[in-house]
Design a protein around this ligand. Structure first.
Ligand code: AHM
Ligand code: MG
Length: 345
């Protein structure tokens, strides 16, 4: 019988660390703790229909959205895991208005801060659709030995040390990068370990899928409308239009396009003039992963990772995925805005 060699997430992290001279294992420990929290949240997500975890927790988060019980649980679980790691001096979470500083001797000595969206796509929980956790790791700017400060969290995405997501889907996967490619690990429930299943993920330069909430079409900028119309035209090579696929969970929509090729867009709309997605919690980590897989991420004009964050909950328009698709969408946007500028001038 053929023997398969399994590489667990922890083994992989340790092996990677060994390739970096002088690495002390701090980042490895942090990633290890994120992996543990992901398993705990996964267990709860799997039981969502069975125990009393469904539905709203009765509180609202900073964005004025009703927090789901699982949001609260995931937020707590990741926060505790990061604090326990001893490597992280503070976190910023989509669920909290302010940063959380851990502020004890061990944590204050930590080199890293973490930003996270503990449960992305949570409006999908009650209907059994994939949801996810997104995280980013940065080196702090403030001196070690002190409390974390807000400036530690307002760094541009190009300063990320690591980023990743967990997708709680038909199987649970953890996908992450430390700036040396993107690797995906599938949770094997029989042994309770994330196992390397998708080494060195590369996104095709072109794809057949476009993902956008087309219900907002009437409010899209002209260039986005034109790009969506273009996606519906027959492609010269395939003689078919592109496929429209939209789950409504960024992690799940991005994960599919990362593997298969495609474009994900969340443009500005009337109700969300800067787009809906958050730079720090969603766009930066996803942008880092995209670039590491040879895809790209932009706000329609600028590289997402080069945007200087102004505040913790800042939103930006978001276009990410296969290189040629995103570049084409950007051209549609820029041509249209140039034309509008000329007409109004
Ligand atoms: P959330 O972080 O509150 O869950 O919101 C973000 C989610 C993304 O996962 C998804 O891409 C988007 O909101 C869907 O928004 P819409 O329902 O407007 O299409
Ligand atoms: Mg989110």
């Amino acid at each position: 019988m053929k023997q398969y060699r399994i590489t667990t997430l922890n083994e992989f992290i340790i092996r990677r660390q060994a390739n970096i001279p002088y690495a002390k294992g701090e980042l490895s420990r942090l990633l290890h703790h994120i992996g543990i929290a992901a398993k705990v949240v996964n267990k709860k997500v799997n039981k969502a229909g069975l125990v009393d975890v469904l539905g709203a927790a009765g509180s609202e988060n900073i964005q004025g959205e009703i927090q789901q019980k699982l949001d609260v649980f995931a937020d707590m679980q990741f926060t505790t895991a990061l604090k326990d790691s001893g490597e992280c001096c503070g976190i910023a979470s989509e669920e909290n208005q302010e940063i959380i500083t851990f502020d004890d001797d061990l944590a204050n000595d930590g080199k890293y801060i973490v930003t996270m969206d503990p449960l992305d796509g949570s409006s999908n929980i009650d209907v059994n659709v994939s949801i996810g956790t997104i995280f980013s790791i940065y080196k702090r700017l403030s001196p070690r030995g002190h409390k974390a400060e807000e400036r530690d969290f307002l760094q541009p995405g190009n300063r990320q040390i690591a980023a990743g997501y967990v997708v709680y889907g038909s199987s649970t996967m953890l996908v992450y990068t430390t700036g040396r490619g993107v690797n995906g690990f599938t949770l094997d429930p029989s042994i309770g370990e994330f196992c390397l299943s998708h080494p060195d993920i590369q996104t095709p330069q072109d794809g057949k899928i476009y993902s956008i909430n087309e219900g907002n079409y009437a409010n899209f900028p002209e260039g986005v409308k034109r790009y969506v119309d273009y996606c519906k035209e027959k492609d010269a090579a395939t003689q078919r239009p592109k496929k429209s696929r939209y789950i409504g969970s960024l992690v799940a929509d991005f994960h599919r396009n990362l593997l298969k090729g495609g474009i994900f867009m969340y443009p500005p709309t009337e109700s969300s003039p800067s787009g809906k997605l958050r730079l720090i919690y969603e766009c930066n980590p996803i942008g880092f992963l995209a670039e590491q897989a040879n895809a790209i991420a932009s706000d329609g004009r600028n590289r997402i990772l080069d945007i200087e964050p102004q505040n913790l909950h800042q939103r930006v328009p978001f276009y990410t995925g296969s290189r040629n698709m995103v570049r084409r969408a950007e051209r549609f946007l820029q041509e249209t805005s140039a034309r509008v500028g000329k007409n109004s001038g």
